[in-house]
Design a binder for this molecule. Structure first.
Ligand code: URA
Length: 434
């Protein structure tokens, strides 16, 4: 087999055999197929696409390229959840204890943030002492004992995807649906998921800006799940504004805890219920999403979801007092208001700009080496459809280092799109792909 023939075949829009895909992925991982041939192959895929069978083969091959976590010592259906990335998205902090309280084991590995705001693991580190690294046996033992563990990615998961992603990043081939879908799903499969719930964000702040593209990506990932025997459901949710009000690591923990007490923002509560209901159905603890939702609402009302969060924090060495009293979480020294410069109705809030505004205060990483300030961030006081008068508070900055406050304020003002006419609230969920 020769790489050049495989590139040509894909360039001509023909379907590759499983062996040809394996040849390219293994050859690249092992250093036998060079960067320039894989770059050409990725570009051919970008233009010609891939069938569901080809995409599934690429996914499996990447999943097999490194460590594969065996979650079989944990009883029950292990349901993982993945978001394609949104600003203010702290749903994992809510879903993990809530779904565990509903009887579905949650053995989840999460990531750190890349740009913008932090990832789940950064957020958890706002709880003093919380250990994000656990030996594999401890991780599994904890899920068997208390039904939940949330740790950072460790070991050598999907090295072929890492190498291919880095190459795509510099060859303008990131925005290919089969390549994104296989990249995401390979990591979930290697992490041991039996079933997967995907939150595919759509809108200005999302990877996929249009609903059609978001649905196509969701369908590609659900098709991979079907091909490889993992039940997969994708929820297409709005990212034309950040989720909830609070953005920043400690602040997001605070808002997640409020939501577990039944006192969180409506959008965050609702999305957590929708994602959670599908997790509970896939985890075989309910037969319909309506039944699952009733169970989940009960875990909030009777405090069992919050209790499970406390157990999780305690088991992983975190300071439970911070969870019981969120005033003990890290808080910034200063609050600075951002005021509206015009009258109008909020029609959208550019999530990406809001993420950058938070990052400028230190809530996210500007470079890989940046150190996150866990206390800082933003509190958005106006959301889509709200009326705004000149001088109203749009947002409150939680600040320690004031050096980039002006830049951050400008980003926020630019992020708020105002309309002269009243605006209807946006749907939170646009479609569900099964
Ligand atoms: N996220 C991923 O994990 N992979 C991609 O290819 C794009 C986004």
């Amino acid at each position: 087999m020769r790489a050049v023939d495989i590139i040509q075949k894909k360039r001509e829009g023909k379907e590759l055999t499983p062996e040809e895909i394996t040849f390219m992925v293994r050859g690249y991982s092992e250093g036998n197929v060079p960067d320039y041939q894989v770059a050409a192959w990725a570009m051919a895929i970008y233009f010609q696409g891939m069938s569901a069978k080809e995409t599934a083969q690429l996914t499996l091959e990447m999943a097999k390229s490194g460590d594969q976590i065996d979650l079989s010592p944990i009883a029950g259906v292990k349901v993982d959840k993945h978001s394609t990335g949104g600003v203010g998205d702290k749903t994992t902090l809510i879903l993990a204890p809530m779904v565990a309280a509903a009887g579905v084991p949650v053995a989840k590995m999460s990531g750190r943030g890349l740009g913008h705001t932090g990832g789940t693991i950064d957020k958890l580190e706002a709880i003093a002492g919380y250990q994000v690294e656990l030996p594999r046996e401890t991780f599994i033992k904890q899920v068997n004992e208390i039904g939940v563990s949330l740790i950072g990615q460790s070991g050598n998961i999907t090295p072929a995807d890492k190498k291919l992603y880095a190459l795509r990043d510099v060859t303008a081939t990131v925005e290919s649906i089969p390549l994104i879908a296989s990249s995401v799903m390979s990591k979930k499969i290697a992490a041991g998921a039996d079933a997967i719930v995907l939150d595919v964000k759509t809108g200005s702040g999302a990877f996929m800006k249009t609903l059609d593209d978001s649905i196509a990506l969701a369908q590609a990932m659900v098709d991979i799940g079907t091909e490889v025997g993992r039940d997969t459901v994708a929820i297409i949710s709005d990212m034309d504004q950040p989720l909830g009000h609070l953005i920043g690591n400690g602040l997001e923990v605070e808002e997640a805890i409020a939501t577990l007490h039944g006192k969180g923002p409506e959008d965050l509560h609702e999305l957590s219920m929708i994602l959670g209901s599908h997790m509970v159905v896939l985890g075989k603890q309910a037969t319909t999403t309506e039944e699952a939702r009733e169970i989940l609402e009960k875990t909030i009302a009777d405090g069992s979801a919050f209790e499970r969060l406390k157990q999780l924090v305690e088991a992983q060495g975190g300071d439970v007092a911070m969870v019981e009293d969120t005033a003990k979480l890290p808080h910034a020294a200063k609050r600075i208001e951002v005021l509206a410069e015009n009258d109008g109705y909020v029609s959208s809030i550019e999530a990406e700009s809001i993420g950058i505004a938070a990052m400028l205060l230190g809530a996210g990483r500007e470079t890989k080496e940046s150190v996150i300030d866990l206390a800082v961030g933003l509190d958005l006081r106006k959301k889509v459809a709200d009326e705004v008068k000149k001088g109203d508070v749009l947002a409150i900055l939680h600040v320690n280092d004031e050096s980039r406050v002006e830049e951050s304020k400008q980003r926020i003002i630019q992020a708020y799109q105002l309309s002269a006419e009243p605006v209807e609230e946006k749907p939170l969920v646009y479609a569900i792909v099964t």
